[in-house]
Each structure stands twice: as structure tokens, then as C-alpha cells.
Design a protein around this ligand. Structure first.
Ligand SMILES: [Zn+2]
Length: 392
């Protein structure tokens, strides 16, 4: 999976709702942070950056810049200007770096405007938070580590719209919700969070999460993770109950589905779950043609009718297809093939609950939320590997 297409899909997805996965206070810029994570952890090669430059791909805008040695100008990769030779450019992920090396910002693409990168100070403190998420931050603590509290405050307000102390507190509260959910008494969670008074803690949780701690403990916290497949990134959302959503990033309805899931189940954050490793492994095996069934708990909610339609989908063998009317007949509602098609459309667990195995009775692909070419790809893939399925 190319870093550029992953980043583009992610950007498209979050552009529609900048506070998709996060609380209301930490908004648009946290998306930049997540983008930074994707791009930095996957380090695009110079070849990929140069290819993005040639194709005017916007995926790296705000994250990588091209410095043109012959003109001493630096640009966004999507710049509309004529493209320089590969031997005349280098790439940097900081406008500051480009300026310090004597490059001027291009007047055409204005690389200093638009998506801004996080300040080095912000990045440094984010690392500190990541390194010890349970640390209780204060002005004194910052000072002890050699930071100037008001500079830190200004940097965070500029990058995230909230002060550093508030930002750090939200992180700690995220950890607290987990403690509560694991059945630990509130006092323990409170100590973990570094709050010294019970009421102060309750107030903080109420303010940040919208309900008091004992209620939060009842509301499941969901985690999200991007998974890789050869036909594009998939977003997985789950918790200890199982998988609530698994969709291709390009799916149009994804934003709506995420919000539905948030409303019906609970808040979502990006956190590792053992479940995600298991899904990634099984998806890898599936896409390598070495897995024909999945063994993943699913926690999808739906009406009785939808559930019966989804159960039927899971009985369609790998490598085979059914028509909507066959599916309707199989669940004892032969005339309800339209409702069956709708139920398949409402399925939020792509691939595992194989709605791609249902096609028109004349053999046409009909619809697929994750784009028709993927449905064709999946069916071709299953047909090719279906012969190896061992009867059991
Ligand atoms: Zn330019």
C-alpha cells in the first residue's frame, strides 16, 4: 500500500468531519497529527515523493515539500508549476528547514499557507506524553524539564486550539476510561489520573466525555485502527465485544456509519487492541488466498431482518455467489429482495460478512459501497482460490 493513497483516503475521510474520532475540544489539528503519524511511521521513499510531485498528488501537502536546487524555490508537491528533474530536487518535511537552507516559498502554490505542520516544541511534548501517558503535568513539571510554560501553552493553543495542560489531561482521561471499564473501582482510576479529589475528577470526566465516571464505565469505549489490504486501507472499529465496523476507507457512507456507531455504542479513540492484530493477520491470509473463513467476533447491531440477512450472507460459501432473490428466499421472505439489498448495504463489516457475494440475478455486479471494482476483485480472487478450499 502506497503511503500517498493511504494518506489521501484518510484525509478525504476526515475532511468531512474533522472531529470524527475525537472529543469536541481537540479538533482539526489533531487530524494533522494523525496524518503525521501515518506519513512519518511509513516514511515515503524519495521515489514515491517524486512520483507524487509528477502526478500533483495532494496527499503530502502540508507534510512534505520539494526544494528545487536550480531555482532555490520550494513548493508543495501538488504545485501546478512545471516539474523539475529528479536530480535537481530534494524533499523536506519542514518549511522551516527549507527556509533555513535558503529556499524561497513558491508564489504559485504558497507552501506556507494551508495545512501547517506542528511546531517542533509541540512534537517534543507529544513524545513526552506518549512516553509516560500517566504522568500528571503541571506548570512546575514543565519548568523542571526545562520548558517555559507560557511558550508551551502558546504552541499548543496554536497547534491544537487547547492548552498543553488540557491536552495532556485529555490523554490521561482516555487511560482512565480503560481502567474504569476493566472493572477497577473509581478511586483507583482517579489515582491513576492523578486527581486528588473525587469531585474534581468527576467534573473533569463529565466535562470531557459528557457523563460522570460510573456512567462512562457503562458506556463502551471503542477503538479504531487503519488496516492494510492490497486493495486499499480499511478502517476497523472494535472493542472487547468484537468488531463493530470494518470498511474500505473510500466507502462513501463511512462517515455516517462512524457517527452512527459512536451514537449507538460509545466514543471512539485510536488505541491498540489485540483484536486488530488478529483481524490484520486473518485479512493478510485471506488476501494471500490462504484463508476462506474468518474467526473474528462481530458485534454489529441491526434490526431482526438485517441480522437474518447478514446471517444468510455468512452461509454463502467462499468462491460462490447468490442473487438478491435467492438470499430473500433463503431467509423465508421471497418477495423482500429489495429489503435484502438494503440490508446488505447496511452491513458495516465488509469482507468478513460477505455482502460482495450477492449479485444481480442477471449476473451484474449491482452495487457495492466499497466501489464496484473491489467487489469484482474480491469475487475474482475468491473464484481463483476457491478450488483449494478443503471440504470439511
Ligand atoms: Zn509551487
Amino acid at each position: 500500500m502506497k503511503v500517498a493513497s493511504l494518506a489521501t483516503s484518510f484525509k478525504l475521510c476526515v475532511q468531512k468531519d474533522p472531529c470524527l474520532f475525537f472529543g469536541d475540544t481537540v479538533k482539526r489539528n489533531i487530524v494533522s497529527l494523525a496524518m503525521n503519524e501515518i506519513i512519518n511511521t511509513q516514511n515515503p521513499s524519495k521515489a514515491e515523493l517524486y512520483e507524487s510531485l509528477l502526478t500533483r498528488n495532494e496527499a503530502f501537502d502540508g507534510f512534505y515539500y520539494v526544494c528545487v536546487v536550480t531555482t532555490k524555490i520550494f513548493c508543495k508537491l501538488s504545485c501546478g508549476a512545471r516539474k523539475p528533474l529528479e536530480s535537481n530536487v530534494f524533499f523536506t518535511n519542514s518549511t522551516q528547514d527549507a527556509i533555513e537552507k535558503g529556499f524561497r516559498p513558491c508564489k504559485r502554490c504558497r507552501p506556507l499557507q494551508g495545512a501547517k505542520s506542528l511546531r517542533p516544541l509541540t512534537l517534543q511534548l507529544l513524545d513526552e506524553i506518549k512516553a509516560s501517558p500517566e504522568r500528571r503535568w503541571s506548570g512546575e513539571e514543565l519548568k523542571r524539564l526545562g520548558f517555559d510554560a507560557s511558550t508551551v501553552r502558546r504552541a499548543f493553543i496554536s497547534d491544537f486550539g487547547v492548552s498543553f495542560l488540557k491536552f495532556a489531561r485529555e490523554h490521561r482521561l482516555g487511560a482512565v476510561v480503560e481502567t474504569l471499564k476493566n472493572g477497577h473501582p473509581i478511586i483507583e482510576a482517579q489515582l491513576d489520573a492523578g486527581y486528588c479529589s473525587a469531585s474534581g475528577f468527576k467534573d473533569a470526566v463529565s466535562r470531557e466525555i459528557g457523563s460522570n465516571p460510573s456512567e462512562v464505565a457503562k458506556r463502551p469505549l471503542l477503538s479504531a485502527k487503519w488496516l492494510e489490504t492490497p486493495i486499499g486501507p480499511m478502517l476497523a472499529i472494535g472493542n472487547s465485544d468484537g468488531l463493530h465496523l470494518l470498511e474500505f476507507a473510500e466507502r462513501k457512507a463511512l462517515v455516517r456509519e462512524i457517527n452512527e456507531t459512536k451514537k449507538k455504542v460509545g466514543p471512539i479513540c485510536f488505541q491498540e487492541l489485540p483484536l486488530f492484530d488478529k483481524i490484520q493477520t486473518q485479512l493478510d491470509e485471506y488476501f494471500a488466498g490462504k484463508r476462506w473463513q474468518f474467526d473474528i467476533p462481530v458485534a454489529q447491531y441491526g434490526t431482526q431482518f438485517e441480522k437474518s440477512a447478514w446471517r444468510m450472507l455468512q452461509t454463502i460459501p467462499y468462491g460462490e455467489v447468490r442473487s438478491y432473490s435467492e438470499q430473500a428466499k433463503a431467509i423465508g421472505k421471497p418477495s423482500a429482495f429489495r429489503a435484502v439489498a438494503r440490508a446488505n448495504g447496511a452491513n458495516k463489516i465488509a469482507v468478513l460478512i460477505p455482502c460482495h457475494r450477492v449479485i444481480g440475478s442477471d449476473g451484474t455486479m449491482t452495487g457495492y459501497g466499497g466501489k464496484i471494482w473491489r467487489k469484482e476483485w474480491l469475487l475474482r480472487h475468491e473464484k481463483k482460490n476457491g478450488a483449494q478450499v478443503e471440504p470439511n
